[in-house]
Design a protein around this ligand. Structure first.
Ligand SMILES: [Zn+2]
Length: 237
């Protein structure tokens, strides 16, 4: 891997250009407007970053997401935080964000975003809160920006029937019945949000434990690999 080389040779002005483009997109996202990532990427390479590849610009944007996430600030969901940020690059990104007035957020602030809530709670669990918190008596409803996908009930029915009442992951029987049928949740192995299909070649019936594990476990990649191995009809997309 040439990560080290890629990480170390970005100049201050290149990082600033990437951060500015990122913050512009973030402002659009937060105000509910749309933007095209690939067009922004190209525009950067035609101006401030002529020697960079599409992939390295994309990776840099993911690095910025990582730093913003660590700072407890909102970040662009379409740029998944990339773990391995070189320390040199990290310093440059942090400096550029500070220059633009971005300060760390409150790591215990209430939030309507499930991922943020979960990340903050995990960090607080490790610190061990001493007193029971006051909480929120009447939680406010937040406008949801979650995208719902139109899905085919026949796919859902067929996948469940194929499972014959047993989880496609662990093989255990469904834990209870709903509407007189074994309760299994239909999971898209390649997520719809990542352009996965709603077809039987990309769907399995899982018990709630396995379903949650596939989304949240530290071993979710291994679980996904296991599903591809175990369920013959699946076709990697
Ligand atoms: Zn299971």
């Amino acid at each position: 891997m040439s990560v080290k080389k890629k990480d170390s040779d970005w100049s201050v002005s290149e990082i600033r250009a990437a951060v500015d483009a990122y913050l512009k997109m973030l402002a659009l996202e937060l105000s509910g407007q749309t933007f095209v990532k690939t067009a922004e990427n190209l525009a950067l390479r035609e101006t401030a970053l002529p020697t960079r590849t599409k992939g390295s610009v994309e990776f840099r944007m993911q690095n910025i997401s990582t730093i913003l996430m660590e700072m407890d600030r909102e970040f662009i969901k379409g740029y998944k935080p990339a773990r391995n940020v070189g320390s040199n690059v990290e310093q440059l990104i942090r400096a550029a964000l500070t220059e633009r007035g971005i300060q760390p957020g409150d790591p215990s602030a209430p939030t309507a975003d499930e991922e943020t809530l979960e990340r903050r709670a995990a960090a607080l669990q490790k610190q061990k809160i001493k007193e029971p918190p006051k909480g929120i008596k009447k939680p406010k409803r937040a406008a949801s920006s979650r995208t719902a996908y139109v899905r085919d009930p026949e796919v859902r029915a067929w996948v469940r029937n194929e499972a014959e009442g047993h989880c496609d992951g662990c093989g255990e029987p469904a834990p209870f019945q709903k509407l007189g049928l074994p309760y299994l949740e239909v999971h898209h192995v390649k997520p719809l949000a990542e352009k996965g299909s709603d077809q039987v070649t990309n769907a399995v019936a899982l018990c709630p434990n396995c379903h949650r594990s596939c989304h949240h476990s530290d071993k979710k990649n291994e679980l996904t690999a296991l599903l591809y191995k175990q369920v013959a009809r699946l076709i990697p997309e």
